[in-house]
Design a protein around this ligand. Structure first.
Ligand SMILES: NC(=O)c1ccc[n+]([C@@H]2O[C@H](COP(=O)([O-])OP(=O)(O)OC[C@H]3O[C@@H](n4cnc5c(N)ncnc54)[C@H](OP(=O)(O)O)[C@@H]3O)[C@@H](O)[C@H]2O)c1
Length: 250
């Protein structure tokens, strides 16, 4: 990533994973599914059990990667500062690998304020990399302008380093404008909903490809995303909390 840290290509998403089963499924995803990266968020209300599952997996912390996000409704400097401290407390981790702004809500002042709080988290050594989520080109430009002007005034890196933009990306939502913006700057794209929430399993083209290659429709969609990795920094988060869903990676 632009921060200099590495990020595992496959992440395990825990959106809508109930807190009472999150520890168990995260442990299973790491041990059986081979995942090393867990994508949580304050809004998912499962930071604590997700981190518990990571610890229970027995895999050393430095080999695991944990993402969380500032909730859209709490986008401001003060709220973001509190959330960073709270995520550290909830997880018991010394550092968060990747902290994102979940969505560009709250108006410009609050978006920039929340970003500053993440930059301060990096400076304090409790966050390694920072980024955004659900940012289109308008909001990416806004953030880039702030980063550049702060770097010019206060010194290189003072505006923060944008490492990631996590957006919905799959063949039905390819977002070329966002993909191009990120690729031109080396910002890592993370693809969420890579299997389109299993809503396209009856799509005629997808089912014909699955039949032709003797794969499931989900495997075809994951392959589409994985092949994007070879042409751009592109990462994805399939999600399942059904243990049957943990098949060998396609
Ligand atoms: N930043 C954001 O705003 C944002 C928004 C949405 C998502 N995300 C991240 O991206 C992750 C993934 O997104 P998502 O969960 O919305 O969408 P997704 O991964 O495209 O789809 C998940 C759905 O597919 C089902 N599924 C999983 N494996 C399957 C398989 N092999 N065959 C058929 N169905 C299967 C799951 O059901 P079961 O669980 O019952 O298996 C679940 O209902 C989230 O968990 C979250 O970490 C981020």
């Amino acid at each position: 990533m632009p921060s200099g840290y590495e990020i595992p290509i496959l992440g395990y998403g825990v959106y809508q994973t109930p807190a009472n089963i999150a520890a168990e499924v995260v442990e299973h995803a790491i041990k059986v599914g081979g995942y090393r990266h867990v994508d949580s968020a304050v809004a998912y209300r499962n930071e604590a059990p997700s981190s518990e599952g990571m610890k229970k997996s027995g895999i050393p912390r430095e080999q695991l990667f944990f993402t969380t996000k500032i909730p859209p409704k709490d986008m401001s400097y003060e709220n973001a500062k509190k959330h960073v401290q709270n995520s550290l407390r909830e997880t018991g981790f010394d550092y968060i690998d990747l902290y994102l702004l979940h969505a560009p809500y709250g108006g410009k002042e609050n978006r920039i304020g929340a970003w500053k709080a993440l930059v301060e988290g990096v400076e304090a050594g409790v966050i390694r990399s920072i980024g955004v989520s659900n940012y289109g080109v308008y909001h990416l430009d806004e953030l880039e302008t702030y980063i550049k002007s702060t770097d010019e005034k206060e010194g290189q890196g003072k505006g923060g380093v944008l490492s990631v933009n996590q957006v919905e990306l799959h063949p039905w939502l390819a977002r070329k404008d966002i993909v191009d913006w990120c690729n031109e700057r080396g910002v890592v794209l993370e693809a969420y909903c890579p299997i389109v929430r299993a809503t396209k399993t009856n799509d005629p083209l997808l089912t014909s490809l699955a039949k032709k290659h003797n794969k499931t429709t989900s495997q075809i969609l994951l392959r589409w995303s994985l092949q994007m990795v070879s042409i751009s920094p592109y990462y994805l988060f399939p999600k399942s909390y059904d243990p049957q869903g943990f098949r060998a990676p396609p």
